[in-house]
Design a protein around this ligand. Structure first.
Ligand code: ADP
Ligand code: MG
Length: 250
């Protein structure tokens, strides 16, 4: 009984995850749990495997070995329905990846319509509600090319939320933005976190990580070298590598 209750509180469980590309060993034994509603900021030097780790959580990359569970279901099991898993794990990318030939509203409606077979009127209403939430209701009928980077990223977040995922992954969502647009996107992400969403965020925005994250993962050498609350991590990182990293980015 105790076990079932514990499991229910865990949104993401990673058990001895390894990922190599040919002879390049990128992730070397990652074991961790992320609880429901937790926000984890994943930081570390360029090329240390942050994106690879995130992509293993929704099977954009297939782990070389190890297991990943989302809501207690093993997504790395053979014959899983990859599409179904991705519905439950939303992802926001650095470069937005909006559908250029669809209006903003259609971008947000698309997955609920086609994957969830939601009736059109309902999908449209839902999309409008989400666009309102990210402050872009008035852009519903324009095409992505007419939006600023910050607006595009807010649409991408609305589009991911439209599938009502249990988990949201963000891979450097503000890294491609002009500085003046970073805040509007971080504000939306903060609002999503306040709604209780479980979030794993690769970011270089240390101020945001410190303010919004419950835990910081510092990735180094293919492992989670440090896993600590932000105040602890930023004020007294344990390893020299983390110390050096922080000296460069802060
Ligand atoms: P980060 O996001 O921390 O910058 P990545 O996860 O993108 O790092 O990459 C980690 C390492 O894996 C890098 O050396 C990168 O070149 C390599 N890598 C990532 N994806 C692939 C791939 N599809 N094929 C081969 N090597 C890859
Ligand atoms: Mg990356």
């Amino acid at each position: 009984m105790v076990k079932a209750e514990t499991d229910k509180a865990v949104a993401i469980q990673v058990d001895r995850l390894y990922k190599s590309f040919g002879s390049l060993k990128v992730l070397r034994e990652i074991t961790t749990e992320i609880r429901r509603g937790e926000v984890v900021a994943i930081i570390g030097p360029s090329g240390c495997g942050k994106s690879t780790f995130l992509r293993c959580l929704n099977l954009l990359e297939m782990p070389t070995s190890g297991k990943v569970y989302i809501d207690g279901e093993e997504i790395t099991a053979p014959n899983v329905d990859v599409m179904k898993i991705r519905q439950n794990v939303g992802m926001v990318f650095q470069h937005f990846h909006l559908f250029p030939h669809m209006t903003v509203l259609k971008n947000v409606m698309y997955a609920p319509l086609t994957v969830k077979k939601m009736p059109k009127a309902q999908a449209s209403q839902k999309a409008l509600d989400l666009l309102k939430r990210v402050g872009l209701e008035e852009k519903a009928d324009v095409f992505p090319s007419r939006l600023s980077g910050g607006q595009k990223q807010r649409v991408a977040i609305a589009r991911a939320l439209a599938m009502e995922p249990d988990v949201m992954l963000f891979d450097e969502p503000t890294s491609a933005l002009d500085p003046e647009m970073v805040k509007e996107v971080l504000d939306v992400m903060k609002q999503v976190s306040e709604s209780g969403m479980t979030m794993a965020i690769v970011t270089h925005e240390m101020g945001f990580a410190r303010e919004v994250a419950d835990r910081i993962f510092f990735l180094d050498g293919g492992k989670i070298a440090e896993d600590a609350p932000p105040d602890e991590f930023f004020s007294s990182p344990k390893s020299d590598r983390a110390q050096q990293f922080l000296e460069k980015v802060l």
